[in-house]
Design a protein around this ligand. Structure first.
Ligand code: SAH
Ligand code: SF4
Ligand code: F3S
Length: 479
């Protein structure tokens, strides 16, 4: 059965925001005349790729409003903190920063400080900011990001605090300007929100229900990116396998991938995240059919215990997960698999944890992102009685990490002496005499090259391997 169709932000509203962009721009001309310089913005991002991409939209709007950019709190005239709340430590970090900005605000009274993102979609956080952090001028959320020009104008014009989150149940705003962080790889959102309600997870509460972008809008964006020279895109969604369920036309994620592959010349396509419960045979087949879809899959398992998976509300068993992995590998030989695992979910017994270890041994993931369970207020698991003691969790976490690191290193050892294809992203940040890039399997490769091959697809001979990256020398420039 079809759900209610995705609602687009009406064109009049987008037009109104463009007008507010102009108004702030005019104010900034005044600022520049007075101070002899452009006002500068610092956008600080916490959290996942979704947030990184939202920050690119925030920066895109700020650019249109006449701001330049800096990368320190000290130099900024506008600070925007785009926050994450998936685990407690992410929130603590943000509050630490907000607190430390109090003195900066005293020295620079015109400074505008804004907090947005997932954290501010929780009413208790907005209350805490209202009460304890008067130095925060503007609070907005994830659903009303496109309204930044109007909200910022209000703050600049009235000098008063503005708090506005969740004005809608989640619409899709097309046409927000984007200032991308790089010119080789680009994020492309295909859907917003999540309907899965895993019992530990806060994301559905702060990101709203699932809303898919129209395939024609996505295709248009990818075509434009190709036109201006991008070589790689990552399609983003909390669960891309649900793509299209809310659209009037019968389209799913496999169709969308096919549409992009057949109608654009983008050399590399990645996507995340796939929920194991509904990865389809059609998706697995499309991945095998098109070489431009990278031979890589992020498939978060969370736990290797069927009992625990049930209490996490994941809707698959250990056996079903293993079956999916088998199918994926049969049709996509050599595919690099990565996963997410939570340690210390309430009620996790020694046996449950042993099941996770044995699944990790069995699957042999290229990499696993391991997290200590964090209690999130408002989620069902926060009320589960049998929270696991911290020392037990820590011990399990260390064991899992050691096991995965051993496996990652063993898999990487297999690359020694091999030749891999790498898309060069530029000079390595840690060693300026090397270049860095990724393989189709998403492995980081740092390599020597006699010439600057940034943006080019090259072959690299692997001469040394570490747990998290490979090292080598360029052989051939392919494009
Ligand atoms: N939508 C994606 C992941 C979103 S959050 C998916 O379903 O895979 C990224 C990861 O954070 C999750 O996969 C999970 O492993 C972890 N995570 C989410 N909530 C958490 C919590 N309360 N404590 C610890 N880790 C959590
Ligand atoms: Fe969170 Fe589960 Fe949705 Fe992923 S699928 S965002 S883990 S609720
Ligand atoms: Fe991402 Fe954190 Fe929000 S993981 S969706 S930024 S809560």
């Amino acid at each position: 059965m079809k759900r209610a169709s995705t609602v687009l932000v009406p064109p009049e509203e987008m037009e109104k925001q463009r007008q507010f962009q102009e108004l702030v721009y005019t104010k900034n001309i005044g600022f520049a005349a007075e101070q002899g310089r452009k006002p500068l913005a610092f956008v600080r991002t916490f959290g996942c790729q979704m947030n990184e991409h939202d920050s690119e939209k925030i920066s895109g709007m700020l650019e249109k409003m006449g701001y330049g950019f800096c990368d320190s709190f000290e130099d900024a005239d506008v600070i925007i903190m785009n926050t994450c709340c998936v685990r407690e430590n992410a929130e603590e970090k943000v509050f630490g920063h907000i607190g430390s900005l109090k003195s900066l605000k005293r020295r620079k009274p015109w400074l505008v400080t804004a907090v947005c993102g997932c954290m501010t979609e929780q009413p208790h956080i907005v209350e805490e900011i209202r009460k304890k952090y008067k130095n925060v001028d503007l609070v907005f959320g994830t659903h009303n990001l496109h309204r930044l020009p109007e909200l910022l104008f209000k703050v600049l014009d009235s000098g008063e605090h503005v708090y506005e989150t969740s004005r809608t149940s989640g619409e899709v705003a097309e046409g927000v300007p984007v200032k991308r962080g790089g010119n080789i790889h680009a994020w492309v959102t295909v859907m917003y929100g999540c309907n899965n309600y895993c019992t530990y997870c806060i994301v559905p509460y702060v990101r709203g229900h699932e809303r898919s972008r129209r395939p024609e809008d996505i295709l248009e964006e990818v075509k434009k990116l190709c036109g201006i020279g991008y070589s790689e895109i990552t399609l983003l969604g909390q669960n891309v396998n649900s793509y299209g369920k809310d659209l009037p036309e019968p389209v799913d994620f496999a169709d969308l991938l096919r549409l992009i592959c057949e109608n654009t010349s983008i050399p590399r396509i990645r996507f995340m995240t796939s929920h194991p419960k509904d990865i389809s045979d059609r998706l697995i087949a499309v991945m095998a059919e098109f070489p431009q879809i990278c031979n890589q899959l992020h498939l978060p398992v969370q736990s290797g215990s069927t009992g625990l998976l049930k209490r996490m509300n994941r809707h698959y068993t250990r056996e079903q997960y293993l079956e999916t992995v088998k199918k994926v590998r049969e049709q996509n030989p050599g595919i690099a698999l990565t996963t997410d695992i939570i340690v210390g979910f309430p009620g996790e017994t020694d046996e449950d944890f042993e099941d996770t270890l044995s699944l990790v041994e069995q699957v042999r993931f290229d990499q696993a992102y391991t997290f200590i369970y964090s209690r999130r207020e408002g989620t069902p698991a926060a009320k589960y009685p049998d929270q696991v003691p911290q020392d037990v969790v820590k011990e399990r976490f260390d064991r899992l990490l050691a096991l995965q690191n051993r496996i990652s290193k063993e898999i990487n050892d297999g690359y020694l002496g091999e030749v891999v294809e790498v898309l060069c992203e530029g000079r390595s940040k840690t060693n300026l005499s090397r270049y860095t890039g990724r393989t189709g399997g998403n492995k980081i490769v740092n390599f020597r090259s006699p010439s600057d091959v940034t943006g080019k697809l090259v072959t690299v001979k692997i001469e040394n391997v570490q747990t998290f990256f490979l090292e080598g020398t360029v052989l051939e420039v392919l494009s």
